[in-house]
Design a binder for this molecule. Structure first.
Ligand SMILES: [Cu+2]
Length: 118
């Protein structure tokens, strides 16, 4: 009985951590490696991406989540809205950007990410 209760508490802790506390700390540099943003389980992974200012960059997405809401990624500040096909790569070309943070998300904002332009 005690073990079951303990397991329950650990599970609740994990759920709280995953949905409310977990924030990827550091922005991943787009130029460090040939980065692919995986769309799955309610998160963009990585969700914080550093790109160079004043230069045209492109982002590669790979969507695993079949739910319709994950199908579209929107960059409201730069007026980009693109469809992401399931289980294949999709490249989105970005215009050259001035320094700052630009958010991107799915239509319901369940999936959320940030571009850190520097
Ligand atoms: Cu969504």
């Amino acid at each position: 009985m005690l073990i079951v209760n303990l397991l329950g508490i650990v599970l609740i802790g994990l759920i709280v951590w995953w949905f409310w506390l977990y924030k990827p700390a550091r922005a991943v540099d787009l130029n460090e490696k040939n980065l692919i943003i995986v769309v799955n389980n309610g998160v963009y992974q990585p969700s914080k991406i550093k790109v160079e200012a004043g230069k045209k960059n492109s982002l590669k997405f790979f969507r695993k989540d079949g739910s319709p809401c994950a199908a579209t990624v929107i960059f409201p500040d730069i007026e980009i809205s693109e469809e992401l096909p399931v289980n294949s790569n999709k490249t989105i070309d970005l215009p050259s950007l001035s320094p700052g943070e630009y958010s991107f998300h799915c239509p319901m904002k369940m999936y959320k990410g940030t571009l850190v332009v520097d």
